[in-house]
Design a binder for this molecule. Structure first.
Ligand SMILES: Cc1cc2nc3c(=O)[nH]c(=O)nc-3n(C[C@H](O)[C@H](O)[C@H](O)COP(=O)(O)OP(=O)(O)OC[C@H]3O[C@@H](n4cnc5c(N)ncnc54)[C@H](O)[C@@H]3O)c2cc1C
Length: 500
């Protein structure tokens, strides 16, 4: 068996077919639930006794995340409970510079909802248990070994350390991942100098359902303040503060109250629900697949939260890995399919890190040139549309576009999320995706019994058939008159390369 120092290439069929997921955060829970839905046996290990219901890290959940949770069975409930915001206002020194409205579309979940991560985790856990997943709390992964046939996890419980063998193991155990350490995978990157102070407060403000971003307000000169609405009248205020800022000292001296008063006004009553301070890092694991071991979510990548790309991209990791791992465990796909997880999701993580990195360079510029550029942009943005485009308060998360080997007829790009549409017989296309590989054909095409028929005015057109992966991505397309000869080889390619 190979331990920390070696990475076997898994060429033998697994001797222990089940999957272990380490960490019951949003990513581990999503992954475990989706693995179970795809027919894989899965056990989830979590070191903590329960989800901490105080405060939240992530609050901003993107449409594609809600779609994935809809496939699990809780997406609509999360969307209904969350605050749907569509307007983001940007201020410089207290004056509104511009506002953006998120596009409204006819899709069945909103572009973003704000809801506490911990509340979503509770909903996820209830659902994942209902799907029959064994969730073992108060169990901590402390080490692992793997060889060509299995992974042996060392799990610490109140009764001591036990060894359990699995076919595959996924580390969804957060930024300080014990799994990543156990497989000795690097996590290069850096930590930002500035500190962020976060307060969730219950307060009634004259505006609702809007995100407000203040550059250089008179009450936090030279730095930023961000306001986000949450359910139950709670607002998140996020101040960028000097690196030496001490939260306890701020509380004791009354400075925290002063900061909050500057935002909510001198008389408005408020209640502090949660307060914390953070320094953010940008880091990427050297590999997301190490033999039979995988990394997902913060265990694989961490990034600044401006743009809401952390949890949202972690949930997309889970969705990408779940169908592939389940297909391999069920014997429906070869091991090679698993390499595509690393390829697709590491490329996406790099893009996300590039986006959040450039936002942080604008928010916390280092050096005279960057500071001069920021000053130029912020002072000139009111008059210049070109400079306005360079005001960067976070480029909001979007679903990844993967590099698929083949294009298409140009209408819909292969490697992007399959667009939703109403189905002629009622219901929506996206409600039918997420189980098996789906074949989408124009209405009236009677060739293949299990195909999903879409209307002639849908984005899918009238002359092509489309294969959609279980994670909702367009995998390939062919003219209708070639479908019969294309479909067999296309399916074979899909379960090896991820693309038809
Ligand atoms: C202030 C702040 C605001 C943020 N806002 C957003 C946002 O709006 N949108 C967004 O998309 N992202 C946001 N993020 C990022 C987001 O919170 C993380 O990306 C997300 O929590 C990652 O989820 P995860 O499941 O990968 O890891 P985690 O949430 O860290 O979960 C890991 C789990 O593993 C468990 N665990 C750890 N070690 C072990 C072990 N050895 N054995 C067993 N269990 C273990 C932990 O107890 C934990 O439950 C924000 C982050 C911060 C700090």
């Amino acid at each position: 068996m190979t331990g920390r120092s070696g990475t076997p290439s898994p060429t033998e069929p697994p001797t222990a077919p089940a999957v272990a997921v380490i960490g019951a955060g949003a990513v581990g829970l999503t992954l475990a639930g989706r693995l179970a839905q795809h027919g894989a046996e899965v056990t989830l290990f979590e070191s903590e006794p329960a989800t901490a219901r105080i405060g939240s890290r992530a609050i901003c959940m993107q449409r594609e995340t809600l779609e994935i949770w809809s496939r699990l069975g809780i997406g609509r409930a999360v969307a209904a409970r969350g605050v749907q915001w569509r307007i983001g206002r940007t201020y410089v020194r207290g004056r509104e510079l511009f506002h953006v409205e998120l596009p409204t579309t006819d899709e069945h979940v909103p572009p973003f909802v704000n809801i506490s991560q911990s509340e979503v985790e509770e909903m996820l856990e209830a659902r994942v248990r209902a799907l029959g997943v064994e969730i073992r709390r108060e169990t901590r992964l402390v080490g692992l070994d793997q060889d060509a046939g299995q992974v042996v996890a060392r799990i610490e419980t109140s009764a001591g350390v036990e060894e359990r063998a699995f076919g595959y193991l996924v580390g969804a155990d957060g930024a300080h991942s014990a799994v990543r350490h156990a497989v000795a995978t690097g996590f290069d990157g850096h930590t930002f100098h500035d500190r962020f102070l976060i307060a969730d407060i219950r307060v009634e403000l004259p505006f609702t359902q809007e995100r407000h971003f203040h550059f250089d307000p008179p009450w936090n000169p030279g730095r930023q303040v961000l306001l986000h609405p949450q359910p139950d009248g709670i607002w998140r205020i996020d101040w960028q503060v000097a690196p030496e800022t001490d939260l306890d000292a701020e509380r004791r001296s009354g400075r925290l109250d002063e900061r909050i008063r500057q935002v909510v006004g001198p008389e408005t009553p408020y209640e502090v629900v949660w307060v914390t301070s953070y320094r953010f890092s940008q880091r990427l694991a050297d590999a997301f697949r190490i033999g039979r071991v995988f990394l997902a979510g913060d265990a694989a990548h961490v990034m600044s939260p401006f743009g809401a790309r952390g949890l949202n991209s972690g949930v997309a990791d889970a969705e990408n890995l779940a169908w592939k791992l389940a297909a391999v465990v069920r014997g429906a796909a070869p091991e090679a399919l698993l390499d595509t997880y690393d390829r697709e999701r590491r490329a996406t993580a790099r893009e996300n890190l590039a986006a959040t990195g450039s936002t942080m360079r604008f928010l916390a510029p280092q050096g005279p040139v960057r500071r001069a550029w920021r000053w130029l942009v912020l002072t000139g943005a009111e008059r210049s549309a070109w400079l306005r485009r360079h005001v960067d308060s976070g480029r909001l998360a979007e679903p990844a576009r993967y590099a698929a080997p083949s294009g298409s007829d140009g209408r819909l790009p292969i490697g992007s999320v399959a667009p939703d549409c109403e189905l002629p017989g009622g219901g929506r296309l996206r409600d039918r995706l997420g189980r098996e590989i789906a074949l989408v054909v124009p209405e009236g095409h009677r060739g293949i019994a299990s195909a999903i028929e879409v209307g002639s005015s849908s984005p899918y057109g009238t002359d092509r058939a489309w294969l959609v992966r279980p994670d909702g991505y367009l995998a390939g397309s062919a003219p209708l008159d070639e479908v019969d000869v294309w479909i067999g080889p296309a399916m074979q390619r899909l379960v090896v390369t991820g693309w038809a």
